[in-house]
Design a protein around this ligand. Structure first.
Ligand SMILES: [Zn+2]
Length: 380
């Protein structure tokens, strides 16, 4: 259940308390104490004006937080009802299903809540961008809507056997030991394999690589390196089995531009680069997410034109006026959360079946080379 939601009439993202303050002010009503029921007219206005931050459904109700000092603390949140013409959350909405109150989907970035130096520095850029009129909260909402439609329009159902991911990862890792070419001619006899001075495991690697060379070459040509990210890929496959998920390959161009802009700012703009600690910083769950949300927003309002986005960034960087931090109370979007994982999953599950391991092979090899070594020694 979202803690903040978008008010169409105010063109801004609000939490429950901010919304009730706005409504009190608008109807010249004193601030509503937490033990006083919300007037029916306000409830009606909320249902019509507030929309879900992910799927934009209406029919919002507010669930108020517990009073200060209460035993069981609960934050105020928005709930989206069904019935009365309201369909409730879209099935692909990040808040559909039984999500707990206060759940923040991993692709949404709360600019209001930076946790480290890098995300705080990005928040300043967002506030300046809004104060200079380069983008507004309504643009942030429009970008989320653009992304939601992309997501709904590009889906695939996960059917990949997670064991195949691990099998391919081990196969690719073994491949790293092999030099290219010529070793098809080598004959590994049982006598040779039994010699104590001979590394039978390496012979097993060569045989395995030769057996699956077509698959390994295809993966290499398509830059699919499963072994580098095997845990993340396997976890995503297991969690999404038989579910329809977003196929982000349609956003490759946007992803490349966003990364390029983020990396350039991250290495050349001192207020950001002083917080950059590693080469993979853009993929970190903290500051990296903030930066991708900011740079993709800059590109979005610039029609994904790199030159225009860069000019907009330079205007922000040159601005020396004081920062109004309240402007950054918005939920941004990192459309590229886990972006690398899903195209890999799709690629693997579309592999021709003759390239995939048989059930027997998955059980025997290459999770361990020992079984193959034993077979080779027996002349198998
Ligand atoms: Zn929703």
């Amino acid at each position: 259940m979202p803690l903040t939601a978008y008010s169409a009439s105010r063109e801004m993202e609000l939490d429950v308390d901010q919304l009730l303050t706005h409504l009190a002010h608008q109807s010249q009503h004193p601030q509503l104490p937490s033990n006083v029921a919300i007037p029916d007219a306000w409830k009606l206005a909320i249902a019509q004006d507030i929309s879900c931050p992910s799927c934009f459904c209406q029919g919002a109700e507010v669930v108020r937080g517990t009073a200060a000092g209460a035993k069981n603390k609960r934050q105020a949140f928005f709930r989206f009802t069904t019935g009365g013409g309201n369909p409730g959350h879209h099935p692909f909405c990040d808040f559909s299903g039984n999500v707990p109150a206060g759940h923040v989907p991993e692709n949404l970035v709360q600019f209001s809540n930076p946790k480290d130096g890098l995300s705080k520095a990005v928040r300043v850029l967002v506030c300046k961008g809004i104060s200079l009129g380069i983008f507004h909260q309504r643009d942030i909402r429009a970008m989320r809507e653009w992304f939601f439609h992309k997501k709904v329009g590009s889906q695939f159902v996960v059917s990949l056997d997670p064991r195949i991911v691990r099998w391919i990862a081990v196969l690719q890792r073994q491949r790293l030991w092999i030099h290219d070419g010529g070793d098809e001619a080598l004959d590994f006899t049982p006598e040779l394999m039994a010699l104590p001075v001979f590394d039978a495991k390496h012979a097993a690697r060569v045989i395995l690589t030769n057996q699956h060379r077509a698959l390994l070459d295809l993966l290499f040509e398509n830059r699919i390196h499963v072994f580098q990210d095997v845990e993340r890929i396997t976890k995503s496959v297991e969690q999404s089995q038989s579910q329809s998920v977003f196929d982000p390959s349609i956003l490759q161009t946007e992803f490349r531009k966003t990364l390029q802009l983020a990396r350039f700012i991250g290495t050349s703009y001192l207020p950001i680069s002083t917080h950059v600690k590693s080469h993979s910083w853009v993929h970190t769950p903290k500051g990296g997410r903030f930066m991708l949300a900011f740079t993709s927003l800059l590109l979005f309002v610039s029609g994904w034109d790199m030159k225009r986005a860069w000019e907009a960034f330079v205007r922000i960087a040159k601005d020396e006026s004081a920062v109004d931090e309240t402007l950054g109370n918005a939920i941004g979007l990192n459309p590229f959360h886990d972006f690398e994982v899903w195209p890999v999953i799709k690629f693997l599950q579309e592999l021709p079946s003759d390239l995939l391991p048989t059930e027997k092979e998955m059980l025997e090899q290459p999770a361990t080379l020992d079984g193959l070594v034993a077979k080779l020694r027996q002349g198998g």
